[in-house]
Every structure is written in C-alpha cells, then in structure tokens.
Write a protein that binds this ligand. Structure first.
Ligand code: BV8
Ligand code: ZN
Length: 251
C-alpha cells in the first residue's frame, strides 16, 4: 500500500466512521502484538513445541492439567510485563466519541483493553486474570501473579481452571449474544488484528456486513475477513488506529 493509497483509505474510513451511529470493533491478538504479547500466527500456533489447540482444550486439560497451568502461567507472566499500546488507547478515545453506541468485542484474553480504559468490552474468549472452580463454579479475578501449577479453590478446595474458552468449548451465551447484537446493530465494524480464522468470533464480520454495516479492516496483511471489508488499512494497528482517530473531528 503506497503512502498515497493509505492516506486515501484512511480518509475514506474516517468519512464512513464520522457518519456512523453505532460502532462495533472486533479485535484479535494483533492489537496486542506491539505491546509484546505474541500472536498465535506468529508462534505458528505452537507453545514449547505443543500445538496451542492441544493445550488450550478440554482434552489437553484432561491429559495434563499441570502443562495447561504452565502454559497459562507463562502467558500471565508475559502480560504482567507489558502495557497497552497506542492502538488500545485510540480505541478508548473512540469509545468516548460514541459512548454506549460503541462496543468492543475482543478475542484476546490479555485484558489490555480494560487496562487501557475501554469500558464496554466483551471478552468473548474469557480472561487470563480469571479462574473458575471445577467444584463450586466460582469465577474470580486473581490478577496476573503466578498461580501454582495446580491451584485450588479457597472456597471449596476443588481444582481451579483458567476461565478461558478453550478450543472445542462453547462461548458464554450471554456474552456471545451481546456480541452478535453489537455486530448486527452497528453501521460500522472495525476488524483489528485478527486472522479471522477462529469461529464463531469470525462470523461477527458477515453478521455486520449482512445488515449493511461498513467494514473497515486494520491488519498487517489481508485476512479471511478482507473479502467483507469496504476498506483495508494495512499497517500496525498501533499506528493505524491513532491515524484514524486523528481524522475524526474532536467530539
Ligand atoms: C467451538 C482462548 C463448539 C484460548 C481462543 C474448522 C473450521 C472452522 C471452525 C473449526 C474447525 N475446527 C474446529 C473449529 C472450531 C474452532 C475454530 O474456530 N478453530 C479454528 C482454529 C479453525 N472454534 C472453537 O473451538 C470455538 N468453540 O466451536 O465450540 C461448541 C459450540 C457450542 C457448545 C459447545 C461447543 C472456541 C474458539 C475459542 C478458542 N479460544 N482463545 C487462549 O487464548 O489460550 S481462540 C485464540 O485463537 C485466541 O483467543 C484468538 O481468538 C485466536 C487466534 O486468533 P487471532 O486473535 O486472530 O490471532 P492470530 O494470531 O490468529 O492472528 C493475529 C493477526 O494479527 C494476524 O492477522 C496478523 O497479521 C495480525 N497482526 C499481527 N501484528 C499486528 C497485526 N495486526 C495489526 N497490527 C499489528 N501490529
Ligand atoms: Zn470452589
């Protein structure tokens, strides 16, 4: 994308956003990449030689819960050492513009949108900071300090698992329904830093498109979502989102 093409696309995207009444954003691992959180694609879907789908799955948990906790404790430590980037903060400023007509749906479990100050956030795949008890079901935010590799529930003593949606598990009905409503009702959808291969998250793009929403993609490269995009802004989201924000007249 030449600089001139990029400027034209940014101006076009900003024109569409300025007249949008309801905005929905779908983010993936790419929005946290510039903070230093590895993406799934970049790691070729591997962690310590294990396929992530094999570790982040009920089978992986049943096979070796200690390995799964080692995986999540390593990611908790990584996220504890990083901070939100300019892309996260630009989304916070955009939310201020649309208020409750702005919904940020994230596939990320790192919590960096919340750290940056985003308010209306749907963490459709759960959160690294939360645990769920296999016994009493209690969901608790335990921050990012390391947990043992076999943490137990302080309430009932049963085993704790990460409160994260693993491959092969259904998404929380309430959260997922809210995400579908947001995509269905928006007139602009920003798709940021996602390869758009994981379902059902990726289906939010055709859902928005089907209702006539303008789809704006921000990524380093074209993705599975690109076919639905009215415009693509190809570059780091930590650069593109602030550039887009600059073009939106002050509130
Ligand atoms: C379900 C939590 C049924 C875990 C996650 C075959 C075809 C279609 C679907 C399937 C299939 N086989 C299986 C399925 C279903 C499966 C699925 O979609 N698999 C994929 C791999 C094909 N889905 C599921 O299993 C879902 N559940 O279907 O259950 C069911 C239904 C009802 C009841 C019971 C059961 C559950 C999916 C959720 C899995 N959990 N996360 C954890 O994180 O530990 S998903 C996980 O992977 C991440 O959360 C994330 O969502 C996803 C990775 O995707 P991205 O976020 O897009 O990241 P990625 O690295 O892929 O891409 C990064 C992008 O950023 C790239 O495009 C890159 O270019 C870009 N980028 C990089 N740097 C930057 C950048 N962009 C901008 N700026 C930068 N600086
Ligand atoms: Zn318990």
């Amino acid at each position: 994308m030449t600089d001139e093409e990029l400027e034209t696309s940014l101006d076009q995207a900003a024109r569409w956003l300025r007249v949008s009444k309801r905005v929905c954003v779908l983010t993936g691992a790419g929005v946290s990449a510039e903070s230093g959180v590895p993406t799934f694609r970049a790691s070729d879907g591997l962690w310590e030689g294990h396929r992530i789908e094999d570790v982040a799955s009920p089978d992986g948990w049943n096979r070796n819960p200690t390995l799964v906790w080692n995986f999540y404790n390593a990611r908790r430590a990584n996220v504890k050492s990083v901070a939100p980037n300019s892309g996260h903060y630009a989304l916070v400023e955009m939310e201020k513009r649309w208020g409750d007509r702005f919904c940020l749906v994230t596939q990320n479990v790192d919590g960096l949108h919340l750290d940056a100050g985003s308010v209306n956030v749907l963490e459709i795949h759960g959160s690294l900071r939360q645990t769920r008890c296999l016994g009493c079901g209690e969901v608790t935010n335990r921050g990012l300090d390391p947990l043992s590799d076999a943490p137990e529930c302080p309430q009932c003593g049963d085993r704790l698992r990460p409160h994260i949606v693993w491959f092969g598990e259904g998404l929380d009905d309430v959260v997922w329904s809210a995400a579908m409503v947001a995509a269905d009702e928006c007139d602009a959808l920003l798709v940021v830093g996602t390869s758009a291969v994981v379902h059902p998250a990726a289906s939010l793009v055709p859902i928005a498109r089907r209702k006539g929403a303008t789809v704006i993609e921000i990524n380093l490269t074209p993705t599975e979502a690109s076919a639905y995009a009215d415009v693509g802004l190809y570059g780091p989201s930590g650069v593109m989102l602030p550039k887009l924000l600059q073009r939106l007249a002050p509130v």
